[in-house]
Design a protein around this ligand. Structure first.
Ligand code: PMP
Length: 404
């Protein structure tokens, strides 16, 4: 069992009051709060080891390089990737997907080829493909969803053609909370020799991810959603694919030799890391991964499931409640609307009670369109949330309902 009281002490921000009410932070799918150890790591990085990495012979540069490369190894272990050369630091999930969209389409696709994505994707797993696809004449096909908000696996199987070159789907939906059967998704694609990218932005904070067990070809996540800093994220890619892909950006670090006649590129992972990397961010991210691992992802998942069940049960008792997403396997994200109350009004009034929820389309406009709505209220839980907070949240919603 997790000791939530003790855990909460690691997150000073949670001690705040908002409008005189204790803060209840239920916007964890947007970003998570940071434990002391992560913030201290950033402070220590700047105060004690700050120097540019990879290029320096002096002590501090070597210390910073070692910390940065150790962070890469921590990420490798966290994802159980075969090699740390397959871990590329990016600014986040969005940049990781843009990298693959740009370099994979450039290096591994021809005009007329096809990509499969799903109807529950975040804009960051739609728009990068659209931009690159338009440049090269690539077709994007969309896997539809079932009534419960799960991938329609029969249609998925039928969408493959001779021209399918890549599948890119989300592990956990940031709107519906659906945990997709990504292992099966990958297995089916591999039967057609098609690689798969998994957008793991919402998955890594909530469940154990083993890229070798999944046999994922690419896996992406963002540091800030897993209790780490903003501005750092990860692309895991199989070396066999990354080697076939041209660099994403040019600059320092990513080269081997440069002349005006010909430039040769560095080996993995540096080929995809142009410019000074965020070595302070990488070490702080590693600290966050260690923090989460020490708590134990199985324990985190079990506790968050408990919060999800508890909240869903109580929300369902509210008159006029509509929850979006009824997957058999769901993560701790609940999107809902009550009666005719606009999601924005609900969010603003809950905020006055100190409760932070997200409102809007959640960067998934095609999904909103499919659901026939403009937006939802979304509550998303972390291991530092409590049932008492959910009780207050439910009372808050009831209060808002009475006002309308
Ligand atoms: N994919 C999913 C499923 C997400 O929830 C998010 C963040 N809301 C992203 C991608 C994009 O992540 P980031 O903004 O950190 O790049």
């Amino acid at each position: 069992m997790l000791d939530i009281r003790t855990i909460r002490r690691d997150f000073p921000i949670l001690e705040q009051s908002i409008y005189g009410k204790p803060l209840i932070y239920f916007d964890n799918a947007a970003t998570t709060q940071k434990p002391r150890c992560v913030v201290e790591k950033i402070e220590q990085g700047y105060y004690s080891v700050n120097a540019n990495v990879h290029r320096g012979v002096h002590f501090l540069s070597q210390a910073a390089t070692e910390a940065h490369e150790n962070a890469r190894k921590t990420v490798q272990q966290f994802l159980n990737a075969p090699s740390s050369n397959e871990i590329i630091f990016t600014r986040g999930t969005t940049e990781a997907i843009n990298l693959v969209a740009s370099s994979f389409i450039e290096g591994c696709m021809m005009p007329g080829d096809e990509i499969l994505i799903s109807a529950m994707e975040h804009h960051s797993n739609i728009v990068p493909w659209q931009i690159q696809a338009a440049r090269k004449g690539i077709t994007i096909k969309v896997i539809p969803l079932t009534e419960t908000g799960e991938l329609d696996m029969d249609v998925y199987r039928a969408l493959f053609s001779e021209r399918t070159r890549l599948v890119s789907v989300v592990h956990i939906s940031n709107v519906l909370g659906t945990v997709n059967p990504v292992k099966e998704v990958i297995e089916i694609a591999h039967q057609h020799d098609v690689p798969v990218l998994i957008d793991g932005a919402q998955a890594v904070p909530h469940l154990n991810v083993d890229v070798q067990d999944l046999d994922a070809d690419f896996y992406t996540f963002s540091g800030h959603k897993i209790y780490g800093p903003t501005g750092i994220g990860v692309l895991y890619g199989k070396a066999s694919w990354l080697d076939k892909m041209p660099p994403y950006q040019g600059g320092g670090e990513m080269i081997s030799t440069v002349s005006f006649e010909k430039t040769t590129f560095n080996e993995l992972p540096y080929k995809f890391e142009a410019g000074t990397p965020d070595y302070i961010g990488s070490t702080a991210l590693a600290e966050a991964l260690k923090y989460v691992s020490a708590l134990g992802l199985e324990k985190i998942a079990a506790y968050e499931d408990e919060l999800l069940t508890y909240a869903t049960h109580q929300l369902n008792a509210i008159e006029g409640m509509r929850i979006f997403g009824h997957a058999a396997h769901k993560s701790s994200v609940i999107s809902f609307l009550v009666g005719h109350i606009h999601h924005y009004d609900m969010g603003m009034l809950l905020d006055r009670l100190g409760i932070a929820v997200r409102t809007g389309h959640h960067c998934a406009q095609p999904l909103m369109h499919l659901l026939g709505i403009e937006g939802t209220v979304r509550a998303s839980f972390s291991f530092y949330n409590t049932k008492e907070e959910i009780d207050t949240f439910i009372k808050g919603i009831e209060k808002v309902c009475q006002m309308f």
